[in-house]
Design a protein. Structure first.
Length: 277
């Protein structure tokens, strides 16, 4: 820990401790549903950094708030690394007028997939199972230590991980950003991060947006011809891609998200009543 905070000022430590404590209820804010996920919780957590580096009421402060209303979802046990890194980037953005603030969103988006994969595998897939097995075995014997051991085995590593990763993200992020700016690598990394983010969005679209047509053409003496079969042979996932692209186009034209959601819902109901899906 000494290596992580040896170059930090008292104000830095105070800010990071505040971010660490605020990270616990980060998943309690779901305003915006699947569109923004935990963006509100992220803003609440990163607020000490925003208030420190930008004066409230200024255009820079407003831009920072708007910047972080974008979709956010990282396993909360390891998400503090991303939050610490973003705090370091906000510091750099406030002090360097040539800093590209789009890189903040790009880096945050790029970290969501890899960090969530690591966090889910360790904390949800392994640690929680171990904690539950120990707790259940003790509880089955009538011991009150069962629920206590479950909470301790799971939460102690989780809390320590949150705390240290907050400092690691900020400290390593500051050094990393300084080296990138000196070598001119920020633009390249931002572009790569943006590409990775788009790949993630494409993967999410393919796995979460589904369309199966029920239309079939009956030919006497032959098996029915399914429209979905031909659509898949042309471009698998073509309709979900078109629907997602259409929704994105409407959002870029500043159409209200609720209007888009109810429009898609209404279209789905109509297509179902017509027997198309």
């Amino acid at each position: 820990m000494s290596k992580l905070n040896q170059n930090l000022s008292v104000e830095d430590k105070k800010m990071l401790n505040s971010i660490f404590l605020r990270s616990f209820p980060i998943f309690s804010g779901r305003t915006g549903g699947q569109v923004r996920m935990h963006a509100v919780g992220f803003i609440w957590t990163i607020m000490p950094a925003l208030r420190r580096y930008y004066k409230e009421g200024t255009p820079e402060f407003t831009d920072a708030l708007v910047r972080h209303t974008m979709f956010y979802n990282i396993t909360q046990n390891v998400g503090t690394f991303c939050i610490g890194l973003v705090a370091a980037m906000e510091k750099e953005n406030a002090s360097d007028e040539n800093f590209d603030d789009r890189s903040i969103t790009a880096i945050k988006t790029a970290l969501m997939g890899p960090m969530s994969g690591i966090g889910d595998a360790i904390f949800w897939g392994v640690l929680r199972v171990i904690a539950a097995s120990v707790g259940i075995s003790l509880a089955a014997q009538g011991s009150w230590l069962g629920p206590l051991m479950f909470l301790l085995i799971y939460n102690i590593p989780s809390i320590l991980c949150r705390y240290y990763l907050t400092y690691a993200g900020f400290t390593l992020g500051s050094d990393f950003l300084a080296k990138m700016n000196e070598g001119g690598l920020m633009r390249t990394i931002t572009k790569c991060a943006s590409i990775l983010g788009l790949i993630m969005v494409g993967g999410m679209t393919a796995s979460t947006v589904s369309f199966t047509s029920a239309v079939q053409f009956v030919i006497e003496g032959q098996d029915p011809i399914l429209l979905q079969t031909y659509l898949d042979s042309i471009f698998k996932g073509l309709v979900p891609l078109l629907v997602t692209t259409g929704c994105l186009g409407l959002m870029l034209k500043r159409v209200n998200v609720n209007v888009i959601m109810f429009g898609v819902l209404g279209l789905a109901i109509v297509l179902a009543l017509l027997g198309i899906v």
